[in-house]
Design a protein around this ligand. Structure first.
Ligand code: S3P
Length: 439
């Protein structure tokens, strides 16, 4: 594939009134749960990015009628828990770890076999974290050597699981919740305990579809044998996409930006909490709720940031926002320390190392740790950055351009389209001097 290069001219500030695209996690789940519900589900605010569209195509391939997404709206004709049909070929899930891991849980319980494949990045990501507990539930799954995709799933009869998640991962939790829908209520309930809170969109959405689940502290219990009723889902703007603009406006003098209708579920707001602790000027306006998910407009203005020790409890709540937060740390006064974030090494890229390499190019002093990084704030230079096809790395370094002293060229940016269609336009509209070219 050709190389998509973003070229950012240094300087500028962010201003305006914008809405970033729909939440990726919620968009995936709207298709998954809408497909296995009884009746019609309507969705608005759906993310028309490659990841969530891969999920949509996978369910179409299993016989679910889903309208083309037009201006974020679609309608799903749910087929019920047992109405999916065998797909004609393997299901290609592109770059999406969420799609692959959640589908493992759902497909392990179907009466037909499936094969799940993905792109180069997804085919190197660890899958045993979901297939091990699924196997314990009775699933028949074969991985490639090293525990990676393609994943071959054949029909299995699942029973409930009592499971302590080894990592605070919403993908593992959601995978097991989906598998548990298909267990026999006579066998009891599944009980899943998380080591620390992580995003709870599946739990909220299951309830929105009328499926009862229990939560007692860190333990979630779910009994199979029920059914889901189609409903309407209003997908909020993705706080993970908003994060780039929160950081950009915080670091660029004179910025004043309003981000509309952003999801502020407390299991996702680590980025706001961390930026506030660094001294950011962020305020929440018009708080409300859509379909069980809290939303608000977020205003962010420039403020001088200071380095902090990032609290451990915020790590799972900001897990996708660290590329952006590393740029905030590089622009802050003093030292920022991140620990307890080894999960960053198994995201779309090794986000600790890839960010560290990019920071080194910009001349930012840092120390890489197994589970995090120490960043000394200072002056940002410029240069050639390799995003390694990781959408969030590409967007984080785009924001760095606001404070850089020289031009920044970011390579391998195609995957920005997985989570943030229209990023380059929105970046330009709000004040970043960004050109892009296929090389
Ligand atoms: C997601 C969970 C997180 C996150 C990913 C989306 C989800 O992954 O990084 O982008 O939608 O459940 P983990 O479960 O691996 O932490």
């Amino acid at each position: 594939m050709s190389d998509l290069v973003f070229k950012v001219t240094p300087g500028g500030k962010l201003s305006g009134d914008i809405r970033v695209p729909g939440d990726k996690s919620i968009s995936h789940r709207s298709i998954i749960l809408g497909s296995i519900a009884d009746g019609i589900t309507t969705v608005e605010g759906f993310l028309e990015g490659e990841d969530s569209l891969a999920t949509l195509e996978a369910f179409r391939a299993m016989g679910v009628q889903i309208d083309d997404v037009v201006a974020g709206k679609t309608t799903i004709q749910g087929v019920g828990l047992h109405g999916l049909k065998p797909p004609a070929g393997s299901l290609y899930l592109g770059n999406s770890g969420t799609s692959m891991r959640l589908l493992c849980g759902l497909l392990a319980a179907q009466a037909f076999p499936t094969v799940l494949t993905g792109d180069k990045s997804l085919s190197s990501r660890p899958m045993r974290r979901v297939t091990d507990p699924l196997t314990e539930m009775g699933a028949n799954i074969v991985l490639q050597e090293g525990g990676v995709a393609p994943i071959h799933i054949s029909a299995g009869k699942l029973h409930p699981i009592i499971y302590d998640l080894p990592v605070a991962s919403a993908q593992i939790k959601s995978c097991l919740l989906l598998a548990s829908l298909y267990t026999d209520s006579a066998d009891g309930s599944s009980q899943i305990t998380e080591p620390a809170p992580c995003r709870d969109h599946t739990e909220r959405m299951l309830r929105g579809f009328g499926y009862e689940i229990g939560t007692q502290g860190a333990r979630i219990s779910i009994t199979g044998g029920g059914s889901l009723s189609g409903c309407h889902i209003d997908v909020p703007a993705d706080i993970s996409s908003a994060a780039f603009f929160l950081v950009g406006a915080s670091i660029a003098e004179g910025s004043d930006l309003l981000l509309r209708h952003v999801g502020i579920n407390p299991t996702r707001t680590g980025v706001i909490n961390i930026l506030l602790a660094m001294g950011a000027d962020i305020s929440i306006e018009n708080p409300g709720e859509v379909g069980g998910e809290p939303v608000a407009d977020i205003r962010v203005k420039y403020a001088p940031l200071k380095g902090i020790e990032i609290p451990l409890d915020q790590v799972p709540l900001a897990i996708d926002e660290f590329p952006a937060l590393f740029i905030a740390a590089a622009c802050a006064q003093g030292t920022t320390t991140l620990s307890g974030a080894e999960e960053l090494r198994v995201k779309e890229s090794d986000r600790i190392q890839v960010m560290a390499d990019g920071l080194a190019t910009l001349g930012v002093t840092h120390v890489v740790k197994d589970d995090g990084i120490i960043i000394e704030g200072g002056t940002l230079g410029g240069g050639e950055i390799n995003s390694h096809g990781d959408h969030r790395i590409a967007m984080a370094f785009t924001m760095a351009g606001l404070k850089a002293t020289k031009e920044i060229s970011i390579h391998d940016c195609h995957n920005v389209a997985t989570s943030f269609p229209g990023f380059t336009d929105l970046a330009g509209k709000t004040g970043i001097s960004l050109e892009y070219a296929e090389k």
